[in-house]
Design a protein around this ligand. Structure first.
Ligand SMILES: Nc1ncnc2c1ncn2[C@@H]1O[C@H](COP(=O)(O)OP(=O)(O)OP(=O)(O)O)[C@@H](O)[C@H]1O
Length: 306
């Protein structure tokens, strides 16, 4: 579907804070962002729903740019947005949004001398958790949730990459946010921690919204009820994971060799090749996965894969 033309951005000048409703929705319309010569987002429209929504797309598709806008870290050039029912361009509403959302950025900055506890506590202070004892209790809770109770006194600089990633996830979970925005949260996690992450997020999302940007299609299959694929700054597909898989049905097959006519193909553990594209007559078809469908979608022009 063609996105509606981008609307001019409303400014905060003179706008009054609107009353807010609990469980209010988040939606964007015609979001457009240009960085000098690069059109990072080109008229993106989306309404977020409860549960985990996966955001997929090749490098440079615009995922991080979209997440930064939703996290109120970046203002788009054009478009309309409501985040948790509020207008992020109105300072009082923006502050309210920031209290109610959790954001794990792709490259979090932290002071190397901070301990894990101090780092998460610092984020809690920024979110205006002013009562010290309750705040410290909350910091201990989120560090326990990511399995880092023992490491809470260790300095950030001495933690492994995967542990730091879990500390920043803990910081994003402070205050049980209504909207959790995660930019490649499982990078660097070992398999056990990845499963723990899935458990944590699945439970968290039972009555809240999580937007999960990732290159890990297995995480999307395991966690998401909906998957949005961005391509060159546009929404290419907004589907259930099962619906997305269906575009690859009848287009994945096994062969003795990599089929030269295949769009993509790789050797499997069974030493056969898994090919994606248009199978030759009589080919042994495979049950499609989300990864197959995603590869197929990325390698075909818009409209050709449906
Ligand atoms: N601050 C910036 N200045 C200039 N160009 C930028 C900036 N941020 C992003 N871009 C460009 O905007 C486009 C979208 O980038 P973005 O980081 O949103 O993509 P992405 O889908 O998150 O990619 P990746 O999967 O590699 O993280 C890219 O072409 C990128 O080079």
């Amino acid at each position: 579907m063609k996105p509606p033309p981008p609307a001019p951005l409303a400014t905060d000048t003179g706008a009054a804070a609107e009353p807010v409703s609990p469980g209010a929705s988040t939606s964007v319309q015609g979001l457009t962002v240009r960085f000098r010569g690069t059109l990072a987002l080109d008229g993106v429209s989306l309404t977020l729903s409860t549960g985990v929504i996966g955001l997929l797309g090749p490098n440079g598709a615009g995922k991080t740019t979209l997440l930064r806008i939703l996290a109120t870290a970046l203002v788009p050039d054009r478009g309309e947005l409501r985040i948790l029912g509020r207008n992020p361009l109105v300072p009082t509403e923006r502050q309210e949004i920031r209290r109610r959302l959790g954001y794990l950025p792709q490259t979090p900055g932290f002071h190397r001398q901070f301990t894990a506890f101090e780092f998460v506590d610092y984020i809690a202070i920024l979110k205006e958790h002013t009562e010290r004892a309750a705040r410290h209790e909350e910091v201990r809770r989120v560090l326990a949730a990511v399995g880092l109770s023992e490491e809470r006194g260790k300095k950030m600089k001495s933690l492994s990459g995967g542990m730091r990633q879990r500390v920043t996830l803990a910081a994003a979970l402070i205050g049980e946010p209504e909207l959790l925005i995660l930019d490649e949260p499982t990078v660097g996690l070992d398999p056990e921690q990845r499963l723990r992450f899935r458990d944590l997020i699945a439970e968290f999302a039972s009555d809240r919204t999580v937007l999960l940007s990732t290159h890990q299609t297995e995480d999307v299959t395991a966690l998401c009820h909906r998957v949005v694929v961005l391509e060159a700054g546009r929404v290419r597909c907004d589907e259930t994971p099962e619906g997305l898989c269906e575009i690859a049905r009848g287009r994945v097959w096994f062969g003795e060799d990599r089929d030269p006519s295949a769009i993509a193909g790789w050797r499997t553990r069974a030493r056969t090749y898994r090919n994606i594209g248009t199978p030759p007559p009589g080919a042994e078809l495979a049950e499609p996965t989300l990864e197959d469908a995603y590869l197929l979608l990325n390698s075909t022009p818009d409209g050709a894969a449906e």
